[in-house]
Design a binder for this molecule. Structure first.
Ligand code: NAI
Length: 731
């Protein structure tokens, strides 16, 4: 065996180490899965072996899950299986790991999983097939079943063993929501048996093995050998019904993986284990065959991973590895950015107009660090080191020697020009200057720079510590080297970069803005606001468009609209939104959530919100009851409007890589994950069908639904964003 080694001691305990060759982290490749079969043979065949400990030979985790990069071809094949024979073959393929894990479970000798690091998905399923699980005591270790979050179903026994082990009530959230838990939480829930210091892992496993006696008795106790046709309890039925209702009210049928998981659990708990596993394999295939699974695996796993690693970076140039950085403006964004630097080990000078403001920005980062220590996510030592990396200052002279500066002062052109000049006067000629502007075109800001080739937009999202996306904006004069350096920088601080060309609203705000604008169009047409926001949530967006406008802040929307009208003309402005928002802000002082008054009124104690009654005067509702046709039309308008704008961005060369467009949409503004992003959504619908629906929407609602030439071409040629080479216009 290449990926699995066995070492048997005098005590008859086999120490089995997983070390998948060619992978930095253990993942379940086809070769590794096959070796599990050989492993079972060896453990079974060697009479000297009394029991086994399965552990990782790598120091970064137990097993991270199935190797989806390698599996992409298989998944594509399974997806299109349709004849009886193809389907049977696909189910058998899907069941291969599951069968091998069942063989470990029924080996006849006790097996322990000794887990020193993360065990996710298939990795956790390997551990569940063992008879005892001991985990290193480290709150950072993640244990769980994230399959549902990428549109899949735990298909190697997870849906069968977990409910048998810890009961439906505890198992369902883990399987349906896919959120991993820490070792202590897993212990509390009951799917690990012991949590011990890392150094004691193997000894603890051994001690259990030597004391266990007959492993078969143990399975009975843990319910692994569920008696055939066990009567299904009424409590269980109630839990299932509750889960079903919850699913419907939160995911509106958008996530077939969750429905399949629920069915696999429901059906599986009523039959013996082997039958349950067969049901699970079939349900796994059903899930894989949904368009949601295709889109989610691609965007949320493959693309996300690729972008997070910085694929596509032209080789040859040395990686940009900043040691010292400057951040101008210690407000909400600047403070967050400096904090991200400190965590990544980059010394940072945080500058504001007076020392108190600079100190306040530093304190924000310090507080986040303290919180991480309290929650056990960071050691005190590391937190102290990070704190020491931020130097709060008012002196631009302190920027000397910085490799990169991020400007995050007020959104004001003249002020940004002034601080650009002040910083450049001190910086070396190789330094990168990044502006965190959210609305001002990069080309205009670069006019203030002595070295516009080193000037780039680096657009963070709020709150910086939680938002993973960073939009890198290439101005007309930004050099390739600067784009690469900016990409390296973003990766270095652990964020996911997308690269876009300069355009009004860049990519993210431009497309996101259409969602809010469409909500206001509907409001102006007389559709009741509650219907608009409800259907918005039903599409899978985190909030309805009107609620979101309150969150963004109505005065900011008003300001951006007016700036756009001044720069580009009123044709570029969303008129319905402008009319209503202008009155809300400038006549009524309703600024949104931030002053507790917007489209909604917000309770002072943060307990909730109610629709503002006065809105009915501004936009009298004439459509107050919803029927299925209206709901469907609203749903289409909200989704298509965004997808069409994303396609326009590709057509105009604002964004070149569909993966970046899709990942960006999901991470930046919560475009529904089930779609895999706006371009995946178009692909799933099919460009021709999409174009026909868009044409109808354009006829009924106006040119904002007109599709761009690239999409028309895809529709005519039955092309796809993910196959067709995407034309990238010069910046
Ligand atoms: P903020 O108002 O919280 O902070 C701006 C800071 O800049 C203030 O502390 C101010 O004292 C400081 N400042 C003003 N003049 C200065 C000077 N000459 N030198 C140094 N510091 C100076 O603003 P926020 O929200 O942090 O935004 C900053 C920038 O980031 C803006 O361009 C904004 O458009 C952009 N942005 C904001 C996002 C948000 O959600 N708030 C998201 C993405 C970008």
């Amino acid at each position: 065996m290449q990926h699995i080694s066995i070492e048997t001691g005098a005590d008859g305990i086999a120490l089995v180490r997983f070390d998948v060759i060619g992978r930095t982290m253990n993942t379940i490749t086809a070769a590794f899965s096959q070796e599990l079969e050989q492993l079972v043979e060896r453990l079974k065949g060697d009479a000297a072996i009394k029991g086994a400990i399965l552990t990782s030979g790598k120091d970064n985790g137990f097993i991270a899950g199935a190797d989806l990069v390698e599996m992409e071809g298989d998944i594509a094949r399974w997806r299109v299986a349709s004849t009886q024979e193809e389907l049977a073959g696909a189910v058998a393929d899907c069941a291969s790991l599951s069968r091998r894990l069942r063989a470990i479970e029924t080996l006849g000798k006790p097996v322990v999983a000794a887990i020193s690091g993360l065990a996710l998905g298939g990795g956790m399923e390997v551990a569940l097939a063992c008879h005892y699980r001991v985990v290193a005591d480290n709150p950072k270790i993640q244990l769980g079943f994230p399959e549902a979050t990428i549109g899949l179903l735990p298909g190697a026994g997870g849906t069968q063993r977990l409910p048998r082990l810890i009961g439906l009530q505890a198992a369902l959230p883990l399987l349906l929501q896919g959120k991993p838990v820490s070792p202590t939480k897993a212990l509390e829930l009951g799917f690990v048996d012991a949590v011990v210091p890392a150094a004691d892992l193997i000894e603890t496993a051994k001690a259990w093995l030597l004391s266990v006696g007959d492993p078969v008795a143990r399975w009975d106790r843990k319910g692994f050998k569920l008696p055939g046709g066990a009567p299904y309890s009424s409590a269980g039925q109630q839990i299932m019904a509750g889960a079903n209702a919850m699913l419907r009210s939160t995911s509106y049928g958008n996530y077939p993986a969750q429905e399949q998981i629920l069915k696999a659990v429901f059906e599986g708990t009523q039959v013996p284990m082997d039958a349950g596993l067969r049901i699970e394999s079939r349900r796994f295939l059903n899930t894989v065959q949904t368009p949601q699974a295709e889109a989610m695996v691609r965007t949320l796993f493959l693309s996300m991973q690729a972008l997070g690693k910085g694929q596509g970076r032209a080789t040859g140039r040395e990686r940009f590895d900043p040691r010292k950085a400057g951040v101008l403006g210690a407000g909400m964004m600047g403070a967050g950015i400096a904090h991200a630097h400190a965590l990544a080990g980059i010394d940072t000078v945080l500058i504001d107009v007076d020392q108190a403001a600079a100190d306040k920005g530093k304190a924000h980062g310090d507080n986040l660090l303290d919180k991480a220590v309290r929650q056990g996510r960071l050691s005190q030592e590391k937190a102290d080191a990070a704190k020491a990396r931020i130097c709060a200052s008012t002196d631009y002279g302190d920027l000397a020697g910085a490799d990169i500066v991020i400007e995050a002062v007020f959104e004001n052109r003249a002020l940004k020009a002034e601080v650009t000049r002040k910083a450049e006067a001190v910086l070396g000629s190789n330094a990168i200057f990044g502006s965190n502007t959210s609305t001002l075109p990069i080309d205009g800001l670069a006019d203030a720079s002595q070295r516009p080739e080193s000037f780039v937009g680096i657009h963070f999202f709020s709150p910086v510590d939680r938002m993973r996306l960073v939009e890198i904006i290439r101005g007309k004069r930004t050099s390739d080297a600067t784009i690469e350096a900016a990409t390296d920088y973003v990766l270095r601080i652990g964020k996911v970069p997308i690269i876009v060309n300069d355009s009004r609203g860049f990519y993210t705000s431009r497309v996101f803005g259409t969602y809010i604008a469409e909500g206001y169009e509907m409001l102006a047409e007389g559709i009741a606001p509650a219907i608009i926001d409800n259907v918005g949530r039903m599409t899978g967006m985190p909030r309805g468009p009107l609620e979101l406008s309150d969150d963004v802040a109505l005065d900011l929307l008003d300001k951006v609209t007016k700036q756009t009208a001044a720069d580009l003309g009123s044709a570029y402005v969303a008129k319905a939104q402008d009319g209503i928002v202008d009155r809300l802000v400038n006549q009524l002082g309703r600024l949104g959530r931030k002053n507790g008054r917007g489209v909604y009124d917000y309770a002072q104690d943060g307990s909730g919100k109610t629709l503002w009654a006065g809105l009915a005067d501004l936009a009298p509702p004439s459509i107050v009851s919803s029927d299925a046709a209206l709901v469907e039309r609203i749903r289409l308008r909200l989704l298509y409007r965004q997808a069409i704008e994303a396609a326009r961005c590709v057509d105009e060369g604002v964004i070149g890589d569909p993966r970046q467009a899709d990942v960006g949409a999901i991470l930046a503004w919560g475009f529904p994950a089930w779609t895999g992003g706006p371009l995946s959504f178009i692909d799933s619908v099919g460009a021709a069908t999409f174009a026909a629906v868009a044409d109808e929407l354009a006829r009924d609602h106006g040119d904002r639904f007109a599709i761009p030439p690239l999409l028309r071409k895809l529709a005519e040629e039955r092309g796809r964003f993910y196959e067709a080479p995407i034309r990238q216009k010069a910046a």
